[in-house]
Design a protein around this ligand. Sequence first.
Ligand code: UD1
Ligand code: UDP
Length: 360
Amino acid sequence: MKIAIALGTRPEIIKMAPVIRELERKSADFFILHTGQHYSYNLDKVFFEQLKLPQPKYNLEVGSGSDAEQTGKILIGVERILQQESPDIVLVEGDTNSVLAAALAAAKLHIVVGHVEAGLRSYDRNMPEEINRILTDHCSDYLFAPTEKAKQILLGEGTAKEKIFVTGNTIVDAIYQNLEIARESGDILSSLRLNPGEYFVVTLHRQENVDNRARFASILEGLDRVAAEFEMPVIYPIHPRSRKMMAKFGLQSRHLVLAEPMNFLSFLQLESSARLILTDSGGVQEEACVLSVPCVTLRDNTERPETLEVGANTLAGVSPDRILEYSKAMLSRQNNWQNPFGDGTAGRKIVEIIMGGNDG
Ligand code: UD1
Ligand code: UDP
């Protein structure tokens, strides 16, 4: 059985890593097809190096562009490679333009598609990711739902139950596989002069937040108030999209400590010892929950409702008053919730499901 792994951005590389590791362990016949949606060293190659992943066999180098431009270029490029390689299955992970385009190209060629992290819904179609999730799920043959809730969403949309497999989220595998190494080898706390439990971490990059001047300014104001109120360093490893938009809008922050995007081990170490995480990232909401660090989500909705239900997360939106108020509330919570995203064996389960007894 020949397997194609299509990926293109930071979270896809991190969350596909446990699947790739398992394929290697089984000596499976697979190759990586990188779309090139992310291309800066610290959003791309650093993860291949640090997580010791095999090099992509192909890189389409599509780079940045509008949603249609990016999706269109990936669709054309992926089709060409799939026609050449004829894999039996294409695996995609998540909700980016790379995911939708690769899944669509494969489905049109009648190649089996497996969607890792299927069944997530924010019910907010202003997010490009929401459209990507829905369409990818609906052209997939294997839907690897991270939770029972995600499975129920898929069933509710008419997906055949034989196609759905609840596996947990591969982010748990990635955390379990790397946390000890991160804690033992990492020096991010000392290099930023931080004490465990005495700082906050921010990430913020969603298009609907940072491409909108009023929303971005409002969030930065809220974060400044949080930093001032608690007198804690607030570290923001800033995504290039957000850095670009901050400069374009002429926005500044009085209190945030801006840092470059970090490698996974450094960021994991930073998150795991933080007192509070404030974010609009999907993956970071999950990681905070798994690492038992309270989270304030800088959005009006989330496709990760499990984090809210277990008490690990709250939706503050973008109002400065609410960001401060909800931060206070989260800091007073007990961090003793259960991780709802599985036991760290999602990668193994996914590979077993697609390969069955077939080891070659
Ligand atoms: C994309 C995904 C988003 C995901 C995020 C992960 C879509 C619609 N969005 O958003 O779901 O959460 O990746 O981080 O697929 N840039 C660089 N270097 C890079 C890549 C981008 O500098 O390697 C800058 C460029 O200015 C670019 C901007 O970031 O225009 C946005 O990049 P893009 O890939 O379009 O979207 P992301 O915001 O990264
Ligand atoms: N991440 C990282 N370095 C950083 C910020 C985030 O390695 O400086 C990792 C983080 O641990 C998580 C993933 O990137 O696994 C989340 O990606 P992102 O927030 O870009 O995308 P999303 O999850 O929102 O799609």
